[in-house]
Design a protein around this ligand. Structure first.
Ligand SMILES: NC(=O)C1=CN([C@@H]2O[C@H](COP(=O)(O)OP(=O)(O)OC[C@H]3O[C@@H](n4cnc5c(N)ncnc54)[C@H](OP(=O)(O)O)[C@@H]3O)[C@@H](O)[C@H]2O)C=CC1
Ligand SMILES: CC(C)(CO)C(=O)C(=O)O
Length: 312
């Protein structure tokens, strides 16, 4: 199976490197600067599960992609704000038999992918990992968590899902085919929007917030709002999943933060509309009030406005 990973950043670089480590046929679609860096220094992953360097990763830039022909699987790992460019760039790699597997947080990208390639090509997918692309171009995985979940959005067990399962066999991360992938994407979104909302607004880790007056109540209020939106949209988190999320998100002493907080601390772009704005909109469409999420969005958009003003 020919696998094209779009982006060699924190998630794409990590899962792509692990697939290459297991001997899979992996090519990274990268932009010219990243192509040069990978050619010069290889793809380096620093991980508590085991460091890894792919010395000469196969890469391709958009201008040469048509010559590479269609791929069997496209693993899409660009950030939401880069989605339009990434979809235009990857188009030549998507043929009649290509499966497109996005691992972005949130849900809205699915509509964009359906419009670009046709819904029949697009799988559901989500990943759980705490990772970052360092300024030196390495992928740094911060905890042992590394799960990739994928599946047909209608829940069926198709031949292509079985083929992907075979590719995932023996890789050094947890890979799982799901017959409830849309629900799992929503469950991840409910968790992530709460984590990102709380840790960015309060500028601290979960444990810092939990130890502050009103901190736990704030986090729980945010979680309840996110869950109410999910329920109204038909994808409320399962009881056990929600209870697990509540526990993780209110644990005293926890150093957990969201990648969005790390992005803000690095003055990088963030997925405010994709992760928080879209949740608010989907709530509003179903008559669900989300005042805490609204404050989170005000904060995130303030950050974006300031960042844009200072860059001008
Ligand atoms: N980091 C984490 O811990 C987690 C992140 N996520 C989610 O995963 C998604 C990806 O995030 P993450 O991996 O952290 O992001 P990164 O910014 O680390 O990586 C994204 C990469 O995509 C590349 N890219 C963007 N557009 C193109 C293009 N047109 N062609 C080729 N490459 C492109 C960027 O390349 P360039 O270097 O050229 O800009 C960048 O390196 C997000 O939705 C995020 O919310 C989910 C779970 C955990
Ligand atoms: C929830 C978490 C930490 C796990 O993947 C994540 O997706 C993020 O920080 O963006």
């Amino acid at each position: 199976m020919r696998i094209l990973v779009v982006g060699a950043g924190a998630t794409g670089g990590y899962f792509g490197a692990r697939l290459a480590e297991a001997g899979r046929d992996v090519t990274f679609l990268v932009r010219p600067a990243r192509a040069e860096a990978l050619a010069a220094r290889g793809l380096r992953v620093l991980s508590p599960v085991g460091d890894l360097t792919i010395d000469a990763p196969q890469t391709v830039t958009a201008d040469r992609l048509a010559a590479a022909g269609p791929f069997d699987l496209v693993l899409l790992s660009a950030k939401a704000y880069d989605l339009d460019g990434a979809l235009a760039d990857v188009a030549p790699a998507v043929g009649p038999g290509t499966a497109v597997l996005p691992i972005l947080n949130g849900m809205r990208h699915l509509d964009r992918l359906d419009a670009a390639f046709g819904a029949d090509k697009v799988l559901g997918g989500t990943c759980s990992i705490v990772a970052t692309l360092t300024t030196a171009g390495e992928i740094r995985q911060m905890t042992e968590l590394h799960t990739l979940t994928y599946g047909e959005r209608d829940g069926s067990r198709s031949e292509r899902v079985a083929a992907i399962e075979a590719q995932m066999d023996g890789v050094r991360f947890q890979a799982r085919a799901s017959d409830k992938v849309l629900l799992e994407m929503w469950e991840k979104w409910v968790f992530l929007a709460t984590l990102a909302g709380a840790t960015t607004l309060m500028r601290g880790a979960i444990g810092d917030i939990a130890a502050a007056p009103g901190g736990k109540a704030f986090i729980e209020g945010l979680l309840d709002e996110c869950q109410a939106v999910a329920v109204a949209n038909g994808y409320g988190s399962r009881e056990k999943v929600l209870a697990g999320a509540r526990k993780i998100l209110t644990t005293e002493g926890s150093a957990m933060t969201a990648s969005m907080l790390r992005d803000i601390e690095g003055s990088a772009r963030i997925e405010a509309d994709h992760i928080v704005g879209d949740l608010i909109e989907r709530g509003r469409a179903e008559g669900v009030e989300t005042p805490l999420l609204a404050r989170v969005l005000t904060h995130l958009k303030t950050y974006e406005n300031r960042r844009a003003r200072e860059a001008a």
